[in-house]
Design a protein around this ligand. Structure first.
Ligand SMILES: [Mg+2]
Length: 124
């Protein structure tokens, strides 16, 4: 499967787990990039749009939902980029916040390869 992926998470362990879980799900991206903060994620997306972003919510500095809003407001180059939040939060209030920030969906932690397959396959 083609496409490019950016994983934004302040935990390097979580980024590694996400990469491994995606591999186990059978989904393959041509290129995978990583960022360890919302600020770094935004900077990378400013340089180059990707097809899919997996974005943590709770990070030092810019929260994931803030970063998504900034991308949607300021980066027309990323208009087609699908952004999925990866989060332990699943309250109705959070889901409403995530979607109103411009996210395309969310994956709850803990997650499974099947969950990634279910959420990512329709986007690719
Ligand atoms: Mg975090």
């Amino acid at each position: 499967m083609a496409g490019s992926l950016l994983i934004i998470d302040d935990s390097s362990t979580m980024r590694r787990i996400i990469k491994r879980t995606i591999r186990m799900s059978g989904i393959q991206f041509d290129e995978t990039f990583e960022a360890e903060s919302g600020e770094e994620g935004f900077a990378k997306l400013s340089e180059r749009a990707v097809d899919v972003v997996l974005c943590d919510v709770n990070m030092q500095g810019m929260r994931g939902t803030e970063m998504v809003k900034k991308v949607r407001d300021e980066l027309p180059s990323c208009a087609k980029t699908k952004i999925i939040m990866v989060t332990t939060e699943s309250s109705a209030a959070f889901v409403a916040e995530a979607l109103s920030s411009g996210a395309d969906g969310y994956i709850g932690k803990p997650f499974t390869p099947e969950k990634f397959q279910e959420k990512l396959t329709p986007l690719l």
